[in-house]
Ligand binder design. Structure first.
Ligand SMILES: Nc1ncnc2c1ncn2[C@@H]1O[C@H](COP(=O)(O)OP(=O)(O)OP(=O)(O)O)[C@@H](O)[C@H]1O
Ligand SMILES: [Mg+2]
Length: 608
């Protein structure tokens, strides 16, 4: 179901992505500048210390004097102190950047997830989203902070070493650095290879994450179907592939390092050979030789680091690309600028401008599909008066939930309009409509936390009294009080510690707490026991009065008193009337009802 298959990412650096990412880094501009300055100071001191050694050798040993030794010791001590101080400071600063960037990206991502419409979640796997929000944000924060540390330090140090080398002795500098172009060529060659395999590894890795996710969320289903063996085989195939590619990646990486090290040694040999010769010929000082040897060692260290950083940068680029693709997704359902100006958005809901909702709903020639080749509703018309209770019945997949979700603007019509109180609902903000809806989903979801948290979920400012009133209205109060901890009972993840009936009643209380003008109940097919069923039914009757409501009921006894019963077949209304009218018609509803009634009677007889 994951339509966000790992794309082929180009092997080049994509500056558009980094530019896009930059806007999220703006708040940290100061930290980045501070960090860069720290790293330059550190590199400068790192370069200074061998130079001090050269000075000591040439001046104190060469001249056999202790002239100015006090100053020398002071400068040396200061250099060492500077290093310790800067290391402390840069670790702190980089840590701040890492945490800050990760935090702000997660905040952005989470906000986006709250805004995206139903259709986005239809086509995006939970595991994919989780990976974006956790590992990708982490990786970006890490590379930006620590990658930058190494990068700034490396570049500054190499430049400074090269400069000092040339200032001290141009010829020797040229000789020692002849290996650099070769090293660059080899590095580029290996980089390309390493990137290619690591991209393959990443691609498989995202498959593995997906499989993990399915394996974990579907663990119960797997067990009930005894599919463990098959799943394991499938999983092993992917992981085997992963192992093969990972080993290949490791082999290539392991070839690169020795080459860098050998080339470094060649550089060192050149410095020693030509430098040593120079010392004998007295064209350079002994101190200069030591300086060049030390610098050669120092010079190749960042090169090795650099290879790692570039590889990480590539991975981070892929992370950024995926994360930003999520953050930049335009929701299918958005409020226009004009509308936000008048009705506000989720940050600043201008409630004072909101018209009170009356509750008339009008579907005008609505056409709708999830996938273009599979039209669910075509030129659908339905007019509902405020305060009416509309029951929808029909076979599974006939489009009942779809109709209701359209009325709620969780999806929008592809063609045609839906009017609320006579005005196209796209003329008002989503929040305006959604604040007026109480919706009990077909599969009610509870969040981990207490029963109280769950009831107050949509209205955090609700008082204890409001919460209890809502619970009483839906007949949930009694069973809640039977728990040892009452309203403080933990419901477990997804409400796993409660029965289906209990979950239903709590989601009822939650839906009714804000006293919504529109009420929707999409009844779960899984039936609850007869006693709870009665409680639920009574609750429904109480809740519906004074609201425009849709009830999708599989148990027809629930809807006998509805103002209108619509029988839906393949997205069309094939019958429309009250219970009595439809029974007199002796049509579809009549058949459904009598059959179900007979079934229920039979079950009762069998159970006796
Ligand atoms: N998110 C979705 N993406 C793609 N197709 C969907 C989606 N939701 C529903 N459908 C399809 O639309 C049609 C109508 O589905 P809908 O959920 O409205 O049926 P329903 O009448 O509520 O069924 P049930 O009684 O089983 O709840 C079905 O063919 C279904 O496969
Ligand atoms: Mg449904």
């Amino acid at each position: 179901m994951n339509t966000h298959e790992e794309k082929e990412f180009s092997s080049n650096y994509d500056f558009a992505i980094w530019k896009n990412l930059l806007q999220y880094l703006k708040p940290f501009r100061k930290n980045f500048i501070v960090l860069a300055v720290f790293m330059m100071i550190l590199a400068g001191t790192d370069v200074l210390i061998p130079y001090l050694a050269k000075f000591a050798i040439d001046h104190f040993i060469g001249n056999n004097t202790l002239d100015g030794f006090g100053y020398f010791v002071m400068v040396y001590a200061m250099a060492v102190l500077t290093i310790s101080g800067v290391v402390y400071l840069f670790i702190k600063e980089a840590g701040k950047i890492e945490a800050g960037v990760t935090y702000s990206l997660r905040k952005k991502g989470f906000k986006k997830l709250q805004e995206l419409s139903f259709s986005y979640f239809d086509k995006t796997a939970v595991g994919w989203l989780m990976a974006r929000m956790t590992s990708d944000t982490n990786r970006i924060g890490e590379i930006l902070a620590w990658g930058l540390v190494d990068f700034m330090w490396g570049i500054s140090m190499m430049t400074m070493i090269a400069v000092v080398m040339f200032v001290v002795d141009v010829k020797l500098a040229l000789i020692t650095l002849t290996v650099v172009p070769f090293l660059a060529i080899v590095s580029i060659f290996f980089q390309k290879k390493i990137l290619r395999v690591s991209r393959k590894v990443r691609k498989i890795n995202s498959k593995i994450t997906g499989a993990f996710n399915e394996g974990i969320t579907g663990a119960k289903t797997t067990k009930t179907l005894v599919r463990e063996d098959e799943n394991l085989t499938e999983f092993q195939e992917i992981t085997y592939d992963m192992k093969k590619k990972s080993v290949r990646s490791a082999i290539i990486s392991s070839m690169y390092m020795p080459i860098v090290i050998s080339m470094g040694s060649v550089g060192m040999a050149l410095a020693l050979g030509f430098g040593g010769n120079g010392v004998i010929m007295k064209t350079i000082s002994y101190g200069t030789l030591v300086l060049f040897v030390n610098y050669t060692v120092q010079f190749y260290e960042p090169i090795r680091e650099m290879a790692r950083i570039f590889a990480e940068l590539q991975v981070a680029q892929a992370s950024a690309e995926r994360l930003l693709s999520m953050i930049d997704t335009e929701s299918d359902i958005i409020d226009g600028d004009e509308i936000i100006k008048k009705y506000g958005d989720s940050v600043d809901s201008k409630r004072h401008n909101w018209e009170p909702i009356h509750g008339d709903i009008d579907f005008k020639d609505v056409t709708f599909y999830y996938k273009e080749d599979e039209v669910i509703l075509e030129n659908f018309n339905l007019n509902i008066k405020s305060g009416q209770t509309i029951a929808l019945v029909g076979e599974t997949g006939s489009g009942k939930s779809t109709i209701v979700n359209l009325a709620c603007r969780f999806y929008e019509p592809v063609k045609g309009d839906i009017l609320i109180d006579g005005i196209d609902y796209r003329q008002r903000s989503q929040l305006w409509l959604h604040s007026n809806i109480g919706y009990v989903l077909q599969t009610p979801h509870l969040f981990s936390g207490t029963i109280r948290d769950n009831i107050a979920y949509g209205m955090l400012e609700a008082s204890e009294l409001d919460i209890i009133r809502a619970a009483k209205l839906v007949n949930a109060h009694d069973f809640i009080m039977k728990f040892e901890n009452g309203y403080d009972t933990e419901v477990g993840e997804g409400g796993a510690k409660l029965s289906t009936g209990e979950k239903q009643l709590i989601s009822f209380a939650r839906a009714i707490l804000a006293n919504p003008k529109l009420f929707i109940l999409d009844e779960a097919t899984s039936s609850v026991d007869t006693e709870t069923e009665l409680i639920v039914q009574e609750a429904i009757q109480k809740v519906l009065t004074g609201r425009t409501s849709f009830i999708i009921a599989h148990r027809l006894s629930t809807i006998r008193s509805a103002d209108r019963i619509l029988v839906i077949e393949k997205g069309k209304i094939i019958e429309d009337g009250t219970h009595d009218e439809l029974m007199n018609n002796e049509g579809h509803y009549f058949n459904l009802y009598t059959n179900q009634f007979i079934d229920e009677k039979e079950i009762e007889v069998i159970n006796k």
